[in-house]
Ligand binder design. Structure first.
Ligand code: ZN
Length: 409
């Protein structure tokens, strides 16, 4: 059944016009909407490229604009360490610094603090000298050492929001404990209590700062549903997070984006309890084209993943297309996971494009599989840019096509 509806954010504040989400149309669980931020609109569903340290690796902001990206991510942990918040503020925030005037979403830093911290701890266990120790999680926050120079730091919910205010993003994420799936249910339950407490503290600090960045722009805040692979914890989490008036709701956890079957299961649990009127963000989802199709079919609006850029750099290029069979979007490709390996010798003299009809800058310029293979084999820097533009544009185009399908365009 298809029906049209327009739902405004319930937030009624003097500055609420700076952020809104309108849901235009749905098809089954699939949703098409528009997110309005101080730096422009984002049409959903959307794939968001990841600009880890203030650049989508191998691309500059002009290249990213050419992929027709509407919003990018910045990583709070990395930007906090380098260039640091003093430089960031002196340069007027991340938009000005990287010459990107469209929306930016920042993560909370929680995931990197734990994943890089864990990586450091494991290296130390193996006797690798790193000059650092792992992380220490307390109810107040997370103590960690920089993976760059071993210097000690601590992130609390308030500190994470403050750093995101200094970055000046349009959408901030609440600070949470990114829970590895390997943890016991007992640990997961304890972690969830902490994550919920931190979500409330982020919410309160956000309100205290009038929901504004240090540059005066409105910043929205999304809460994150955690709970690992435990249904009761996920349900408790979605109830708690949606009880706070966040501007959007995100789904986090190790499984989301990296284990499609597990992601599917978690989404089936939580989706019915998510408010229709708010944007829904599946964090880290978008490794393969099929992931975006499945995420949209499960009722989610926003996706991000470092994989399209990373895979491109490693010689994996997306091929395939979205077809609509029996009223459902289906991704079809001649290659497993929709990825071709450009290093293969069969492409040595292949004068075809990566994909016929692709509207990325690389394919539009007519660069052949043979040329890309040659650049890849000779480790030419140009390869990284050409490959990344294709993969990023591929994922964004997919979300555009899904949106058109939902809107019956
Ligand atoms: Zn292309």
């Amino acid at each position: 059944m298809r029906y049209n509806r327009v739902v405004m954010s319930k937030t009624k504040r003097a500055f609420s016009k700076a952020f809104s989400f309108k849901l235009h149309s749905t098809k089954g669980k699939m949703r098409a909407g528009t997110l309005t931020t101080p730096h422009g609109v984002v049409e959903t569903p959307i794939f968001m490229p990841v600009g880890t340290v203030g650049s989508v690796k191998a691309l500059d902001s002009v290249d990213v604009t050419n992929t027709q990206a509407q919003i990018i991510l910045g990583n709070t942990y990395h930007l906090y360490l380098r260039p640091g918040m003093k430089t960031m503020q002196q340069m007027g925030g991340l938009h000005t610094f990287m010459r990107w005037d469209k929306p930016i979403l920042t993560d909370s830093g929680g995931f990197q603090v734990l994943s890089l911290g864990d990586a450091i701890a494991h290296k130390q266990e193996r006797g690798v000298k790193q000059g650092s120790t792992g992380v220490k999680i307390t109810d107040d926050g997370v103590e960690f050492r920089s993976h760059l120079d071993g210097s000690p730091h601590m992130f609390t919910p308030e500190k994470s929001i403050q750093i995101q205010r200094e970055i000046g993003s349009d959408i901030m994420m609440a600070f949470d404990e990114a829970l590895p799936d390997s943890k016991s249910q007992k640990y997961a339950a304890e972690s969830l209590v902490r994550t919920h407490d931190w979500a409330t503290r982020c919410f309160n600090y956000w309100e205290k700062c009038n929901r504004r960045s240090v540059y005066g722009t409105y910043q929205s805040l999304f809460g994150i549903v955690q709970g690992g692979l435990f249904e009761n914890l996920r349900l408790a989490s979605v109830k708690h997070i949606t009880s706070l008036d966040f501007d959007g709701i995100a789904l986090g956890g190790e499984t989301v984006g990296y284990n499609l079957a597990g992601t599917h299961r978690v989404m089936e649990w939580v989706e019915p309890l998510m408010p229709v009127s708010k944007p829904r963000y599946a964090m880290g989802m978008g490794m393969n084209p099929i992931d975006l199709v499945e995420g949209v079919k499960m009722g989610f609006d926003m996706f991000d993943c470092v994989a399209p850029a990373r895979l491109a750099r490693n010689g994996s290029l997306y091929v395939g297309e979205l077809v609509f069979a029996g009223g459902q979007p289906v991704f079809e490709s001649e290659c497993t996971n929709g990825r071709m390996s450009i290093a293969r010798s069969e492409y040595t003299t292949d004068d075809g494009l990566i994909q016929n009809g692709c509207d990325c800058q690389t394919c539009k310029a007519g660069y052949t599989r043979a040329y890309l293979r040659h650049l890849y084999k000779t480790k030419e820097l140009t390869y990284f840019r050409l490959a990344t533009q294709h993969n990023i544009r591929f994922m964004i185009r997919l979300t555009e096509q899904l949106r058109s399908f939902i809107l019956d365009k």
